[in-house]
Design a protein around this ligand. Structure first.
Ligand code: ADP
Length: 263
């Protein structure tokens, strides 16, 4: 892997710079570059299998780049400073930067054997070093935010899919992330439960300064909540525009035909 050409740039929450990701011979990201500013809500749309989840998994350090750099806040995720030089990141550095990022998945992945309160307090106590009291105060605030204060003692299997997903969102927020990644968070839900989850996300996006990077097929939600929408295909961002522009008057034929197929 070559060294990054320059120090991290300012006023950035996420920056991919010429990122290459391959699985065997299959090149999924082709020198992908894009930037998300602090507090922005950016949605990635594009055909299935084009690499959108891979972008999120790279940020979660579940995958490693084959080339290029990823910056998170004022530091690189993929590189670290050693004796005044930028060198590939070691595990410790990856873990440190990774703590700034939360993710909500399609499958809610709650701890099935713990009640809602413990789902929200375990990681903050273990990883952030909060006392149980502090973690519980925070958990109660978050449950109120997602409208589930009355479910504090419930176990995940006693909740609907929509309620479980709202707990998963609260659990991600309990770790105080600066960035929240959303990967098709409503795809596993019955249609009547989707609006409640999207409503909670909209509220969080408008009342916090968290930066969002979202992969979704919910085009109406993307249109309502995003500051920018990036159309992604064949390993690159082919169009990047505010939703009002991208959904009504896209520049690229490929964006137009994709929207035509999904809307
Ligand atoms: P999207 O989120 O846009 O549907 P993905 O990021 O999930 O796309 O996948 C992009 C491509 O990378 C797909 O062709 C997928 O099969 C391939 N891929 C993803 N993860 C792996 C992996 N761990 N091993 C091999 N191929 C993978």
């Amino acid at each position: 892997m070559s060294e990054p050409p320059s120090p991290p740039v300012n006023d950035v929450m996420i920056r991919f710079d010429h990122v290459v990701k391959k699985f065997g011979d299959h090149v999924v990201l082709r020198e992908l570059s894009f930037t998300v500013k602090p507090g922005e809500f950016v949605t990635l749309i594009g055909p299935s299998g084009s690499g959108k989840t891979t972008i999120l998994r790279l940020l979660m350090t579940l995958e490693r780049v084959n080339g290029g750099t990823i910056q998170v806040g004022e530091e690189y995720l993929t590189h670290m400073e050693r004796k005044g030089k930028l060198v590939p990141a070691d595990e410790k550095h990856l873990r440190k930067v990774r703590k700034r990022i939360g993710m909500v998945f399609q499958q809610f992945n709650l701890f099935p054997n713990m009640n809602v309160l413990r789902n929200l307090t375990e990681a903050p106590i273990r990883s952030l070093g909060l006392s149980r009291d502090e973690a519980e105060v925070r958990a109660k605030e978050l449950l109120e935010m997602v409208g589930l204060s009355d479910k504090i003692d419930a176990h995940p299997m006693q909740l609907s899919g929509g309620q479980q997903q709202r707990v998963a969102i609260a659990r991600a927020l309990a770790m105080r992330p600066e960035v929240l990644l959303l990967d098709e968070v409503t795809s596993a839900l019955d249609p009547e439960l989707v609006a409640g989850v999207l409503g909670v996300l909209k509220e969080i996006a408008s009342t916090t300064d968290i930066t969002f990077l979202c992969v979704t097929h919910e085009m109406q939600f993307a249109q309502d909540v995003s500051d920018r929408v990036m159309m992604f295909d064949e390993g690159q961002v082919i169009e990047d525009a505010p939703p009002g522009k991208l959904f009504t008057n896209p520049d690229h034929e490929r964006t137009r035909s994709f929207l035509h197929a999904v809307l």
